[in-house]
Structure formats: C-alpha cells, structure tokens
Ligand binder design. Structure first.
Ligand code: NAP
Length: 483
C-alpha cells in the first residue's frame, strides 16, 4: 500500500470546484508537496481571476433561492455534510497530514474539531431568533429580523486546512449566505475533499465553491467585486490589513482572524502538573503552528526551577518525524521558512542568556526538534514575533503585576493563558489580560460553541457560537405603524 493511501481515492482531487463543476485552470497546474518526503503529493489548477469571477457569479445566482429556503432545510444539508465528514474522517486526516505535515493523531483531532462547526451550526441555526422591541408609542410594532449578508468569500491559512474553513462555511451557509473559498496554496486538497463531500451532501450548485491558485489574482477578484458583501479571512496580520484596505471601497463586512503571540502566565501558586499540561498543549499543538500557540511562557520566580525541570522532561520525551507514523508527536513544519524562523528564534534566545534545556538544532529536512530554552531575556525575538514552531521559551518574572505587564506588552491580543490556584489572581489577571480568549488552567480553549477571536491587531469579529452566526447576518429593523 502506498504511503498514506486513501480508502476512497476519489477524495484526492486535482480540480477546483466552481459553480457545481470540477474545473481545470488555464495555466500550468500547481504542485502540492508533502512536507515530510518533499515529493509531490497532488496538484491543483490555478483558476485565476476568471475562475474566481465565475464562482462569484454562481454564488450570486444561487443566493436568492438558498436564502429563502427554510433554515431547517439548510441545516439538514449541513447535517448530512457533517455525517459524511465523520464517515471519511480517516481519509480527511490522511490528506491533512500529507499536505500539512501534522501528526496523524492531530489531523484526526482537526477533523473532529472542524466538523464540530458544521455540526454546531446545523443544530443551532434553526433555533436562532429575531427580536420584538417594546413599542415607544401606542400603535407601533418594532421588529428585528436577521437576513443573510449575501455572497461571502473566505480566505484560509495552511495550519488547519479543514477547521479554518468549516468555521466560516458552517455559519455562512446556515445563515443563508453563499460562499466562495480560497484555501492556502500549500494545503488546498483538504478543502477540495470537503467540497466533494458537500456536493454529495446536496449543497446546491453555486452555493459553495472552492477556487485554487495564486492568491493575488484570486484575492484581487474577490475584494474588488461589488457582489461580494463579506470577506472572512484567517491568516497573518499584514495580509489581513491589506485585504481590509482592498475591501474598503466596496464597504464589505469583514471578519479577520489574525496573528497571535499568546502569553502563558504561570504563577507561584499554580498546580505544577496543570501548568505543565497547559504549556504542552498550548505550545505544541500542531507543532506550535497555531495562532493561539503559547509563544511566550512567563513563569513566576518561586515555581520557575520546578516548572523548567518538569517541562524539560516532557519536551525531551517528544518525538518528531513523519506525521503518518503514529509514534510521532510532531510532524514536519510547513516549509523551509518555518524551519529557519525556529532556528533564528532559538539562536537569538540562546545568545541573550537563554539556557538550552531540551531539544536543540533542527535535524534536517522540514523537521524541528521540540525544544525548551529557559531563562530567556524578556526582549528576545521569540517574545515579539510568532515563532510558529515547536520551540518553547520560558521567561521568569517577579510579581503578578510584572507578569500582566509583560503579557500585555504586544500589539496582538488573540489568546492568553494563566495558571493559578488562587481565585483572586485568576479573577484579576483574567480581567486585565488584553486578549479575546483566556485559558485558565487549560491550554485547550477552542470549541465550536464558544466565541473565538481577537482584540488589538489580532482581528475583528468572532467565529463559533451564536456570535459566529451573527457575522453572516444583517439586522433589519422593521417599524410598523398604525396597528
Ligand atoms: P498568510 O500568509 O496571511 O496566508 C493566509 C491566507 O491568505 C492564505 O490562503 C494565503 O494564500 C492568502 N493570501 C496571502 N496573500 C494574499 C493576497 N495578496 N491576496 C489574497 N490572499 C492572500 O498567513 P499564513 O502564513 O498562511 O498563516 C499563518 C498566520 O495565520 C499566522 O499569523 C497565524 O497566527 C494566523 N492564524 C490566525 C488564526 C486566527 O484564528 N486568528 C488562525 C490560524 C492562523 P496563499 O498561501 O495561497 O498565498
């Protein structure tokens, strides 16, 4: 059997899904490589601006009927889609691992997590209500109805090829919007397999399209379109800012899930085992390639030595290698740049007085060893930039106030974590951290039923929960007089 072969090979597609058809592009196909073997795993067409426009036209044509369909019918289709995702969980996980590199157990977890958004919106959306506002004068009735925003576009990153898409598609389609999605060029194959399952689930033609190819032309067509009423983007802050600017002339609604640089604060009164578990999950999920990864681990002086010793033992026991090998905890990183960044951050931390406590230099290829550097200087590079790799840097601090000041000393504000057993510390620090999400004694924070999103330069809007549905709804206020 070939490495990572699929039970259903038809799920590995080499065409884009536009207007309910599988299409090739005009130019040369783009290779999709396996980051472990570095060999080609698949290919996709470059549909360019023309293919993107065709998808937008189809989304516009499909919108009126989709929006008018009873929400229960839209939800029934999402439910079937969710069932198909779960039925093909293993194949989807293999595709994720082959194109992204992550360990298979993490890819399976991503399928469950990603499917959670389709499942949640299939269940929740039929129960979403409008409002009746008490009339300010007699003879009036004030109603608030929720309407779908219209044609939406989604641009998603490579780090969670399924989940970053389902967080957008679930609420958009449930709300009655139609959507054109552009996955990252490095990991488009999961999105295409997901679209195929959507087709099988009965998503009508044009309601959901996946366009593949070079991002500039596709993004340009999406942002310039007057038909497109909303852009939902997950990715880096500079690209998000550029897309927001491009959307300004047509006043599109925006959801921007951007860069993180999350702090983890471990206080003297933390439970050591809980703090270690929190650090391991918050730092090493997806080999550290996560927007909510604990990029900066601040540990109070009284617990620092014990924390470093215990964390070094855990990190030292981790295995990096082929993501398809069940024994490995960490797969290869996404590309050469990612390895270089980890190396640069590690060397910078060491050259500023940091102490290597586990791991070390990258062993070659796209692999990076899970690594711990203790006693890192508070101004080291890894405190300012997202490392996006399996490198944990620990910085000591003295007082609770110092910890909070260091944690907030960033233009970003997506996630933050704190470990403490003192309810007062938890309440104070939870209040004072400038971030959209706070994990308290846990590194596992994201779930479809809770609002996910950032403050400051980490973005606008929320995904998940009823707040995520509202991102795809316009409020219409009807003022009815003479009754
Ligand atoms: P990225 O370079 O910003 O890419 C994200 C997406 O934007 C990809 O699909 C990319 O396409 C596309 N893109 C790039 N340039 C574009 C352009 N000129 N026009 C239109 N689309 C364009 O980010 P990344 O490196 O893939 O992802 C890592 C970043 O995402 C990190 O900063 C991470 O924190 C953030 N992130 C945030 C969240 C969140 O929820 N807040 C979640 C996950 C990741 P191509 O790749 O095909 O060029």
């Amino acid at each position: 059997m070939t490495r990572g072969a699929l039970d259903e090979p038809d799920l590995l597609l080499n065409k884009a899904y536009v207007a309910g058809r599988w299409i090739a592009g005009d130019g040369a196909p783009i290779a999709v490589d396996d980051p472990f073997t570095l060999a080609q795993f698949g290919e996709i067409p470059d549909v360019g601006a023309t293919g993107t426009q065709a998808a937008i036209d189809a989304a516009e044509a499909a919108f009126p009927e989709w929006a008018r369909r009873p929400v229960k019918e839209r939800c029934a289709i999402l439910r079937r889609w969710s069932e198909l995702i779960l039925r093909h969980k293993e194949d989807l996980a293999r595709i994720i691992t082959r194109e992204n590199g992550k360990a298979l157990k993490e890819a399976r977890a991503e399928v469950d997590y990603g499917n959670g958004f389709i499942e949640f919106y299939a269940e929740y959306s039929a129960h979403d209500l409008g409002e009746i506002i008490p009339a300010p004068v007699p003879g009036r009735r004030l109603l608030v109805e929720k309407e779908p925003v219209g044609v939406c576009v989604a641009i998603t990153p490579w780090n969670f090829p399924l989940a970053m898409l389902t967080r957008k598609v679930g609420p958009a389609l449930a709300a009655g919007c139609t959507m054109v999605a552009k996955p990252a060029e490095l990991t488009p194959l999961t999105a295409l397999a997901f679209a195929k399952l959507g087709e099988e689930a009965g998503v009508p033609k044009g309601v959901f399209s996946v366009v593949t190819g070079h991002s500039k032309a596709i993004g340009g067509a999406m942002t310039a379109s007057e038909v497109v009423r909303k852009l939902s983007f997950t990715g880096s802050t500079p690209v998000g800012a550029m897309l927001a600017e491009a959307c300004a002339p047509t006043i599109k609604r925006l959801s921007l899930e951007l860069g993180g640089n999350a702090p983890l604060l471990v206080f003297d009164d933390a439970d050591l085992d809980t703090a270690i578990e929190t650090a391991m999950i918050a730092k090493f999920r997806n080999a550290g390639q996560s927007c909510v990864a604990a990029n900066r681990i601040y540990v109070q002086k009284g617990i620092e030595d014990r924390f470093l010793k215990a964390l070094a033992a855990k990190i030292g026991a981790m295995k990096a290698g082929d993501g398809l090998d069940e024994a490995n905890d960490v797969g290869p990183l996404i590309d050469e740049r990612a390895i270089k960044k980890v190396d640069e951050h590690r060397e910078d931390a060491l050259s500023h007085g940091g102490e290597l406590l586990a791991g070390g230099a990258s062993p070659g290829g796209r692999l990076a060893q899970p690594t711990l550097v203790g006693h890192v200087a508070p101004d080291a590079l890894l405190t300012r930039e997202e490392t996006f790799g399996p490198l944990a840097g620990v910085i000591g601090f003295a007082t609770v106030e110092d910890g909070v000041r260091l944690a907030n000393d960033t233009p970003f504000g997506l996630a933050a974590y704190l470990c403490s057993e003192d309810p007062k510390t938890i309440a104070r620090v939870g209040r004072d951290l400038e971030s959209g999400i706070v994990g308290i004694n846990t590194g596992l924070i994201s779930t479809p039923t809770a609002p996910f999103g950032g403050v400051k330069m980490s973005g606008l809007g929320r995904e998940g929960s009823h707040h995520g549905l509202a991102e795809y709804q316009n409020l219409k206020y009807l003022c009815h007089a003479g009754i």
